[in-house]
Design a protein around this ligand. Structure first.
Ligand code: ASP
Length: 586
């Protein structure tokens, strides 16, 4: 037997027992006559003790030669500690060692394998297998495991069936770039890795599976950020014979279950917000509703008073930061710099402070009377001590910029507590989105999303106003999931492809299989997919999904541990009929 117990298991009850432990040497303290070793495994840390005159000298000597991260097996007797450590569950006991077997020595690790490490990001990623030994990283993966398990329990409990779909498929237009894989057996042809199993899950509905789910890897070749990885995991779901209401109900149940089961948090009923309201009041289709600070539009109150910036603007809109009237000149300047950053793109920031006596002082007093400014304050329902922040310009950009400013103020005012969860549904998304570059419409969700039938008549004249039966679940400003009711008849799907600029032949070549399937008794259906990594990071209180992925890629899409991507041998290239010489930059 390698071990009788784990390093997290022994308690006072075990005192007197002879046990065998295995694990890694976390730390060694040598006080001459006394020697302590912290032995670590996945389950915890147990202190080993050796004492001159009590422990055989040969074992003391052997222990002195142990290095950090040596893998050892020790035999010893459990004793009660004199000075207990209430920081660890095994802190009441220690092991008096009678035998040490070195199972494998270790080179000195390149960084400290402790909760607080001295290793930078790059180094830890290169030696990720060592980083994963650290308790905080391990706990993240344990959380991921619990979430995965709770997901399967819930969906299994309501008759969903998990079906795997292929990874080598054909390119599908879901908005991002595909990763492609050359086919050796079909020279000049490529598979694509799925951006999601969208068409397959719809086909499973045509096959009568009724309720499908899959915890599945998806691949998108996009520029990376903290909450994006080129390969990521979705909880992908689809149901037949459902309305939007059925799906919202089912997955509200799911998220409620997940919160209760994994975090012990009760989140209550999810509020709903239309896309139009989300944009109007928060400037974002994923509003962080942990705090209010809703947008107030000021056009009627501010125009025609001689202030050109406001007069020329399509939209003048602001927020009220409660209790921030005391912001110093420097702090307001910081906010102005913040909104003027190129990523945010505002040209300036107007502010108004509500003084203790209710009077209002603004940066544009020249143009507005005290009564004008009091009317502004009333529009915001601002109280003495509040700070009003206003942006102006073209409507869409100004809303986006104010969204950033709102989030910034929320952070500064401590309103974005990671332990508070504010989930909601955003519904009634537009079906289409105009793309200035290509001068045509794109599907806002994806081309399989059903328009709201009552809006169908707009298809020829005002397609941009058609709303979709599409919905997102948003928590704390993060889109954690999204889906839609799908088109399930060939004619409407053809019409949709036409609207998106596909020729009949292109639509047929890419999606003929799906449209044909719709002709063989496709049931009405719809679904949703959750970004599993994002859900994990949200539950774990981190902004980075990388912390919840065992072997993530860096910002350039590289795995620095295995050093991928990497060139392949000429023979492999030949087999795949790829001639690198044709690449212009090689
Ligand atoms: N396939 C979609 C996505 O990945 C989700 C869905 O519509 O179910 O965003």
């Amino acid at each position: 037997m390698f071990r009788t117990h784990t390093c997290g298991e022994l308690r006072l009850d075990n005192v007197g027992e002879e046990v065998i432990l295995t694990g890694w040497v976390q730390r060694l303290r040598d006080k001459g006559g006394m020697l302590w070793v912290d032995l670590r495994d996945r389950y915890g840390i147990t202190q080993l003790t050796m004492e001159e005159g009590f422990t055989p000298a040969a074992i003391m000597e052997q222990a002195r030669n142990l290095g950090r991260e040596y893998v050892v097996k020790v035999i010893g007797r459990v004793v009660e500690r004199y000075s207990k450590n209430d920081k660890i569950p095994t802190g009441d006991i220690e092991l008096h060692v009678s035998k040490i077997v070195v199972l494998n020595p270790s080179k000195l690790p390149p960084f400290l394998i402790e909760d607080e490490t001295d290793g930078g990001d790059d180094l830890r990623m290169k030696y990720r297998y060592l980083d994963l030994r650290r308790a905080p990283v391990r706990r993240n993966l344990e959380l991921r495991h619990r979430m995965m398990r709770a997901t399967r329990d819930y969906l299994n409990g309501i008759d969903f069936i998990e079906v795997e779909t292929p990874v080598l498929i054909k390119s599908t237009p879901e908005g991002a770039r595909d990763f492609v894989v050359p086919s050796r057996m079909n020279p000049g042809e490529f598979y694509a890795l799925p951006q999601s199993p969208q068409t397959f899950k719809q086909l499973l509905m045509v096959s009568g599976f009724d309720k499908y789910f899959q915890i599945v890897k998806c691949f998108r070749d996009e520029d990376l950020r903290a909450d994006r990885q080129p390969e990521f995991t979705q909880i992908d779901c689809e149901m037949s014979f459902v309305t939007q209401e059925d799906i919202l109900h089912t997955f509200e149940g799911f998220i409620t279950y997940l919160f209760e089961k994994v975090k012990g948090v009760h989140i209550g009923k999810l509020p709903r917000m239309t896309y139009a309201d989300a944009m109007k009041f928060y400037g974002s289709d994923k509003p962080d509703t942990r705090f209010e600070m809703r947008f107030v539009e000021l056009n009627p109150l501010v125009k025609n008073k001689g202030f050109k910036v406001f007069d020329d603007a399509e939209l003048v809109v602001g927020i009220c930061a409660q209790g921030a009237a005391g912001y110093t000149r420097k702090q307001v300047d910081e906010l102005t710099d913040f909104v003027k950053r190129p990523q945010i793109g505002a040209t300036g920031l107007v502010y108004a402070r509500v003084n203790e006596d209710g009077s209002v002082k603004s940066s544009v007093d020249k143009f507005y009377s005290p009564e004008d400014l009091e009317a502004w304050a009333a529009a915001f329902n601002a109280k003495p001590g509040d700070l009003i922040l206003i942006l102006a310009g073209d409507a869409d950009r100004t809303r986006k910029a104010l969204n950033e400013l709102r989030l910034e103020m929320g952070t500064r005012l401590g309103l974005r507590d990671k332990n508070v969860f504010a989930p909601l549904w955003v519904v009634d998304f537009p079906l289409l989105e105009w793309d200035e570059d290509s001068k045509r419409y794109h599907a806002m969700h994806h081309p399989f999303t059903s328009p709201k039938l009552e809006d169908i008549e707009l298809i020829d004249d005002r397609p941009g106003d058609i709303r979709a039966n599409a919905y997102d679940m948003v928590i704390n400003g993060v889109e954690v999931g999204g889906g839609s009711i799908r088109i399930h008849n060939r004619r409407l799907q053809e019409q949709m492809f036409r609207l998106l600029g596909f020729s009949k032949a292109e639509a047929e070549a890419q999606f003929g299989f799906l449209m044909s399937a719709f002709e063989y008794g496709a049931p009405p259906h719809g679904g949703i997919a959750f970004g599993f990594d994002r859900l994990c990071s949200l539950f774990g209180g981190s902004d980075s999904i990388r912390d919840y992925i065992a072997f993530p890629k860096n910002n350039s899409g590289r795995d620095v541990m295995i050093d991928a991507p990497a060139p392949i041998a000429d023979a492999q290239l030949d087999e795949l009929h790829i001639n690198m010489k044709q690449l212009p930059h090689k």
